[in-house]
Design a protein around this ligand. Structure first.
Ligand SMILES: [Zn+2]
Length: 145
C-alpha cells in the first residue's frame, strides 16, 4: 500500500531504499500504514516528521531498520536478540513540528477512538515512538524502552 502522505524514503533506512527502491513498501506493515494515515489526516491534520535522510537530514533510523543499521548491528555483534518493532516495519519515531512529544501522545490518547488498530507508545521520550505490536491491552499500550 502506498501512502499519499508519506514518501517511502521517510519510512525506511537508506540501505533498504538503495537496495529495493519503491518495492520496499512491501516491508511496511499495513496496520502501521493505516495508523499513520489516520494520524496525519484525522488526528493531527498536519505534517509529521519521520526520517529526513533523503532531504539531507540526519534521521535514518526512525522507520524500518535493516540488518546493516547501526542499532541492529550493535545488538547482533553483542549477541543480544533485538526485535524492535522497527526491524519488522511496524514502528516509526516521529515528531509533529510545533508540538512537544508529550502533547502528541496526549492528542493521540484523546482521539484513540479513531485508531484503526491497537498501538503502543513509548513513555517519556522527546520524540514519539509508535508501533503496532499488540499486547492485548486495549487500543493504546504505554511501555518503557
Ligand atoms: Zn539499514
Amino acid at each position: 500500500m502506498k501512502s499519499c502522505y508519506f514518501d517511502l524514503k521517510e519510512l525506511v533506512c537508506p540501505d533498504v531504499y538503495r537496495r529495493f527502491g519503491e518495492r520496499a513498501w512491501i516491508f511496511l506493515d499495513e496496520k502501521l500504514l493505516d495508523t499513520l494515515v489516520v494520524l496525519r489526516e484525522k488526528i493531527f491534520d498536519r505534517p509529521m516528521l519521520v526520517n529526513t535522510w533523503a532531504a539531507g537530514g540526519a534521521f535514518t533510523q526512525r522507520g524500518l531498520r535493516c540488518n546493516l543499521c547501526p542499532l541492529v548491528r550493535e545488538k547482533s555483534a553483542a549477541g543480544v536478540p533485538y526485535l524492535s518493532a522497527h526491524n519488522l516495519g511496524k514502528a516509526v519515531d516521529f515528531d509533529v513540528p510545533g508540538l512537544s512529544a508529550e502533547a502528541v501522545r496526549e492528542t493521540i490518547v484523546k482521539n484513540q477512538i479513531l485508531l484503526p488498530h491497537p498501538i503502543r507508545l513509548e513513555k517519556g521520550t522527546s520524540w514519539v515512538h509508535l508501533d503496532v505490536y499488540d499486547e492485548g491491552r486495549g487500543s493504546i499500550c504505554f511501555f518503557s524502552g
